[in-house]
Design a protein around this ligand. Structure first.
Ligand code: GTR
Length: 494
């Protein structure tokens, strides 16, 4: 059942067995899809692309092979930069350039069985899909021993003018009884509402530049960890300065969250692992690889490391009797939205998962190749995914999965996906198509899933077991976004 919703688009029936589709292109633009054997790819002829942007397939194959070998050699760096330029020159923001594609079946098992019940989903299909994502996209967490210590650093019952209690708790890691370097510490910042009795539900998420960025409250410890440079924010020589306090006030809306009866829990993502290809050993992957080991091609990248760290934060919450760890809404923006989705997929203790503008490698379908593609993301951020994900650079159709299957791993727990109209890099339409195709996993559980079959109007949230909105504006988290997530949490937690 295909329905035309606007020129160049088809909306698709959500009947679980009808997964055929997909999109039609009007083919008026200079659009050409070449299937080239070997390592090459569907190439879009983009106006303005130069001859250099079409290197021959042998050259690409040679560079791709180097990428797959991984490591930190100069050769690797040369291959990465070459391919990054190549894949970037083929990025499109034009719906007409979206190729035909066919999504892998969500509800058919590897051996061809149709999945018809929640039991079959839990016992069979969910595990298969999880394995596919571990091996091909985010990477497996290898086995290693570790112990944790939770240390309360401070507690102030009169924070935010008496509205909240501010607690700061450090998670310290030990291995074989030995305390590890100071940088292996996750510093949690927690605000608890003072007007309600605990245990309270919580909104939890990682932040980009330290806990001090979420509120000007000068009781928040200023992060001393390595950070990506950002002068506007006051990150100077890779360290946070006082200027960064409260910079992201509007992304977190601490007072709003607390007033509505939720705790807010956050930590700097770089406490778990710095967002930098050369700094794996300053983060939790050190626990697995020590001073010299390297991840295998199917082992975790930084996104999976962040997700692992989120689970450790939840381990702490299990011990905090002021917070109801069974009512934690995990929220992540952008790269940290990808991490939130993967954490929600791998750890079913997260009760609600919210993806804010997570885009490529997050909520958006890879096969649409709209905005940031697999080739672009892998060559821009070589540390984010398992090295195996490089196999699909420019070859999205060969992926044994697509991101709707990641979203389905959250089922039957409530999931909210949010896009922004101008955030084309994250492919808003691809995010919507993705939840549409994830919805059958919810319906299998007797739930409504996504309550609409067509993309709702701008700034008009819809909320079933899956929530969705596309708002006006750019790539960001706004006060309005947070308000919708809290409404969604109220709906499911109360
Ligand atoms: C971009 C990246 C996106 C998204 C974004 C962000 O540079 O291409 O995938 O993660 O950063 O995290 O803000």
């Amino acid at each position: 059942m295909l329905r035309l919703i606007r020129p160049g688009y088809l909306s698709v029936s959500r009947t679980p067995t009808l997964y055929k589709i997909i999109v039609m292109t009007t083919l008026s633009a200079p659009f050409l899809l070449l299937t080239i054997s070997g390592l090459l790819i569907g190439m879009l002829t983009v106006p303005g692309a130069s001859a250099q942007d079409h290197p021959d397939s042998e050259e690409i194959a040679r560079y791709e092979k180097i990428l797959l070998e991984g490591g930190h050699s100069e050769e690797f760096e040369e291959a990465r930069l070459f391919l990054n330029r190549y894949y970037r020159s083929h990025v499109t923001n034009n719906e007409e350039n979206v190729p035909d594609y066919k999504l892998p079946e969500l509800l058919i098992s590897d051996d061809g069985r149709v999945i018809e019940s929640a039991e079959q989903w839990a016992d069979l299909r969910r595990e298969e899909i999880l394995k596919l994502f571990k091996e091909n996209v985010y990477g497996k967490v290898p086995g290693f021993e570790y112990e944790m210590a939770f240390i309360e650093r401070s507690a102030d019952r009169q924070a935010l003018g008496g509205l909240a209690t501010r607690k700061q708790v450090s998670i310290r890691f030990h291995q074989n009884g030995k305390e590890l370097p100071e940088n292996l510490t996750i510093d949690l910042l927690i605000y608890l509402p003072n007007h309600t009795e605990g245990p309270v539900p919580a909104m939890m998420g990682l932040n980009f530049y330290g806990n001090q960025t979420i509120h000007p409250d000068d009781g928040i410890h200023l992060s001393t960890k390595w950070m990506r440079p950002n002068e506007d924010l006051g990150i100077i020589e890779n360290r946070a300065t006082e200027k960064s306090r409260g910079y992201y006030l509007d992304r977190w809306r601490v007072e709003d969250v607390v007033r509505r009866g939720y705790a807010l829990v956050t930590a700097y993502a770089g406490d778990i692992e710095p967002d930098d290809p050369s700094r794996m050993r300053q983060g939790v992957r050190y626990l697995a690889y020590g001073e010299t080991g390297e991840p295998a091609a199917d082992e975790w990248g930084t996104i999976a490391a962040w997700a692992w760290g989120l689970s450790r934060m939840l381990d702490y919450l299990e011990t905090d009797d002021q917070i109801d760890y069974e009512r934690v809404m995990l929220m992540g923006h952008s790269r940290l939205g990808k991490a939130a989705l993967w954490a929600g997929a791998t750890d079913e203790r997260f009760a609600i998962v919210v993806s804010n503008n997570s885009g490529s490698g997050g909520a958006a379908l890879s096969r649409r190749r709209f905005g940031e593609t697999v080739g672009v993301i892998n060559t821009s951020f070589p540390h984010w995914f398992a090295n195996n994900f490089n196999r699909y650079n420019g070859r999205e159709d060969e992926l044994p999965l697509d991101q709707h299957m990641l979203l389905a791993l959250i089922a039957p727990r409530p999931l909210y996906v949010a896009s922004a109209k101008e955030d084309l890099w994250a492919d808003p339409e691809g995010e919507f198509q993705s939840i549409l195709w994830a919805s059958p996993a919810y319906e299998l559980h007797g739930l409504e899933g996504l309550p609409v079959s067509e993309r709702p109007e701008l700034n008009k949230p819809v909320m079933g077991s899956i929530g969705y909105h596309i708002r006006t504006g750019v790539h960001n988290v706004t006060a309005w976004d947070i308000e919708q997530y809290l409404n969604f949490a109220d709906l499911h937690f109360n």
